[in-house]
Write a protein that binds this ligand. Structure first.
Ligand SMILES: NC(=O)c1ccc[n+]([C@@H]2O[C@H](COP(=O)([O-])OP(=O)(O)OC[C@H]3O[C@@H](n4cnc5c(N)ncnc54)[C@H](O)[C@@H]3O)[C@@H](O)[C@H]2O)c1
Ligand SMILES: [Zn+2]
Ligand SMILES: [Zn+2]
Length: 368
């Protein structure tokens, strides 16, 4: 099959022919229709996130089931599916405590870039090719565990539904699952790329009263207003902390979401959030970045909550149908998030758009 391959960090993506083995017990072979481009892919390409190479990236995908292994019951060949990089086994320590994104069977694949058994289904002339971010969907086909594919209705357009796989699961999930924002709350969103726009949509779904979105790019601030922001802030012109305080009678927002992938913005979020409020770390800053909390006793006394968020704390088998139902009801805009569609052999163009902060999400159409 054809796939977009990264040979080494900081080198251009190349299109090459790879081998993919068939589905084993409990696995599904998916013909990829479309796959979005996420900043987490770019972080591997640019070397911020170390990963073994060669690797196929792409983890925001939808496609059609081509073949299934033994004991696969939930899908059959021909079914349309959305892929999730974080399936849940349903039985481990974390799954049984309703924390499925931490599943001890599947979550390790996100960092090992291998299947749970430590192998990759991908190879090239007999040499291993890594399964990037537990999906490897910048390719014509992908092998997924059964729990990693969610069946969707036949009429769902896959080149639209793919953005559920990462951006929308993550952003909306951060609001509804991780933070559990309540009606009437005040929300600050730092960053308005694909993830921040999905957080903004999540805040609108939660009926937050005030949604302040910060991004240095004017086009993204304008987009945020269309997706539910009540106020926007250019951090090069105005101080986001001062603005958050000014818009909340000096109290601070109930919830802040870091969605840009810069550790310093978490500190900004802590300052902009009221006593007793919650700061959610959604962005994935480069490994070497950390945060500091000056005068910890102030943090202690203010009872603020600083929490991590992996893929919106989602349970994909529950949440992807729920998000699609909201899309069908006209309450979640997926089409509007997709500002560019490109063929697989223009993956490098798509990455440049993200580097230059153009548009919101690019979708690579593989077999749409
Ligand atoms: N937690 C998770 O499970 C998860 C899932 C997907 C992506 N991510 C991470 O989320 C982050 C965002 O991903 P994305 O695909 O939306 O990236 P993106 O590049 O599309 O968006 C990042 C946005 O941050 C903005 N920004 C830059 N400086 C800023 C500042 N000072 N204040 C406010 N905004 C600023 C940029 O202009 C851009 O619009 C990345 O770090 C990505 O790796 C995390
Ligand atoms: Zn992602
Ligand atoms: Zn589990």
């Amino acid at each position: 099959m054809r796939a977009a391959v990264l040979e080494a960090a900081q080198t251009p993506i190349v299109i090459d022919d790879l081998d993919i083995r068939g589905p084993r017990h409990g696995e599904v072979l998916v013909r990829i229709a479309a796959c979005g481009v996420c900043h987490s892919d770019l972080s591997v390409v640019d070397g911020s996130f170390p990963a073994p190479m060669p690797i196929v990236l792409g983890h925001e995908a939808a496609g059609v089931v081509e073949a299934v292994g033994d004991d696969v019951a939930s899908v059959v060949p021909g079914d349309k599916v959305v892929l999730t990089p974080l399936p849940a086994c349903g039985q481990c320590y974390f799954c049984t405590r309703q924390q499925p994104t931490l599943c001890s069977v599947y979550s390790g694949s996100l960092f090992s870039n291998l299947l749970p058994d430590g192998t990759s289904p991908l190879s090239r002339r007999g040499e291993i090719v890594y399964r990037g971010l537990a999906t490897a969907a910048w390719a014509e086909r992908a092998i997924m565990p059964e729990a990693g594919v969610v069946k969707v209705d036949a009429e769902v357009p896959l080149e639209v539904a793919c953005v559920l796989g990462c951006a929308v699961q993550t952003g909306v999930g951060a609001v509804l699952n991780t933070a559990q924002v309540e009606e009437g709350a005040t929300v600050l969103v730092l960053g308005a790329g694909g993830i921040g726009i999905a957080v903004t949509q999540g805040a609108r779904l939660a009926a937050a009263a005030r949604v302040i979105v910060v991004d240095p790019v004017a086009e993204r601030r304008d987009a945020a207003l269309r997706f539910g922001a009540t106020d926007v802030c250019d951090p090069n012109e105005d101080d986001p902390i001062a603005m958050a305080l000014a818009l909340t009678n000096g109290i601070g927002v109930d919830y802040s979401f870091e969605a840009a992938g810069q550790a310093s913005l978490i500190e900004q979020g802590i300052m902009a959030t009221r006593s007793g409020g919650t700061i959610v770390c959604v962005g994935a800053p480069p490994l070497e970045q950390g945060i500091s909390i000056p005068m910890v006793v102030g943090f202690t006394a203010s009872e603020k909550k600083l929490i991590g968020c992996l893929l919106g704390s989602v349970h994909a088998q529950r949440d992807i149908p729920r998000l699609l139902a909201l899309w069908k009801a006209g309450r979640l805009d997926l089409e509007g998030m997709i500002t560019q569609r490109l063929p697989l052999d223009q993956t490098e163009v798509a990455l440049d758009s993200m580097r230059n902060r153009e548009g919101i999400r690019t979708v690579l159409t593989v077999d749409a």
